[in-house]
Design a binder for this molecule. Structure first.
Ligand code: SAM
Length: 284
């Protein structure tokens, strides 16, 4: 059933994740999780589950918060990352996501895993968080910030709900300046951002997120480029996307295979983007 949104960007995000290709792809290829995996030297690109768990453990290590700390997962999807933080890192996690079907699935999976005390999930937009000031010791985003229509407003909200000294960790994409890549690569990036509802990615050139964090009142602690560590999975998606993308082209139904198109474009034009971990502290 269609969810109603006043905001055109949120409606576009809903359309992207509600489409059959997204639902089936994420469910059957990644078990419902929607983030890249972390690979060390020699690790096979096809072991997606192990790689995603390593990425989540990297998040836990970057948060580096004591057990029982209250943490917000902004853009939590079906809550697999939140459950990893609760189960393997001892954190008390609240997740928020705009999609009602994600939140229903997040609650169902937490109940099944016996994690309803350590995790809870709400439908909501992270540009307008339904929490009082200084509610959380930590906050993280895992591959969601590119969807933002107003990154500065979202960072202001993150700062508001974080306690003074609270930790912010963001696993997010950035983009190479237009002048440094080919016109084809720029066109491909614009197409991916448009069709997968990721307006912020267009403005998040390398280094811009850290500047925004500084302007929002965070002290950036580190900014690490881990593109090489997630590229094996991007290369696997490039191969998986080949057949559906080809079928979409010859049937003129390309608009139905946005994920296959994105997988093909992102790997083909990998010079046009990076993937990084940004850690910062609320300086209040
Ligand atoms: C790529 S998925 C990542 C999900 C989850 N973090 C994970 O790693 O599995 C991005 C998620 O962000 C959510 N999202 C996008 N914009 C949002 C917003 N303004 N407020 C809350 N959630 C949002 C989407 O609904 C989607 O579930």
């Amino acid at each position: 059933m269609s969810q109603a949104f006043d905001d055109a960007n949120l409606h576009k995000i809903w359309s992207y994740y509600d489409r059959g290709e997204s639902r089936i792809g994420y469910r059957y290829i990644l078990g419902g999780t929607k983030h890249f995996g972390f690979y060390g030297p020699g690790q096979t690109r096809w072991a997606f589950t192990a790689a995603m768990r390593r990425m989540e453990d990297r998040l836990g290590a970057e948060l580096a918060l004591p057990a029982g700390s209250k943490v917000l997962d902004a853009g939590c999807g079906i809550g697999n990352v939140a459950r990893a933080m609760a189960d393997r890192h001892g954190l008390d996690v609240t997740g928020i996501d705009i999609l009602d079907f994600n939140i229903a699935e997040a609650n169902r999976r937490s109940a099944k895993a016996g994690l309803t005390k350590a995790t809870r999930f709400h439908i909501g937009d992270y540009h307008h968080l339904p929490f009082p000031d200084s509610s959380f010791d930590g906050l993280y985003t895992m591959e969601t910030f590119v969807h933002s229509a107003d990154p500065k407003a979202a960072l202001a909200e993150f700062k508001r709900v974080l306690k003074p000294g609270g930790k912010l960790v963001m696993f997010e994409y950035s983009r190479t300046r237009d002048s440094e890549v080919s016109p084809e690569a720029n066109r491909a990036m614009r197409r991916v951002c448009d069709e997968a509802a990721m307006p912020a990615w267009l403005e998040l050139y390398h280094g811009v997120l850290d500047e925004m964090l500084g302007a929002a009142g965070f002290a950036v602690e580190s900014s690490v480029d881990i593109t090489a560590n997630m590229m094996p999975m991007a290369s696997a998606f490039y191969l998986i996307g080949k057949f559906p993308f080809w079928v979409g082209r010859i049937t003129r139904l390309e608009y139905k295979v946005v994920n296959a198109m994105s997988a093909r474009m992102m790997f083909r034009y990998k010079e046009a983007w990076h993937y990084g971990i940004h850690t910062a502290v609320n300086t209040d």
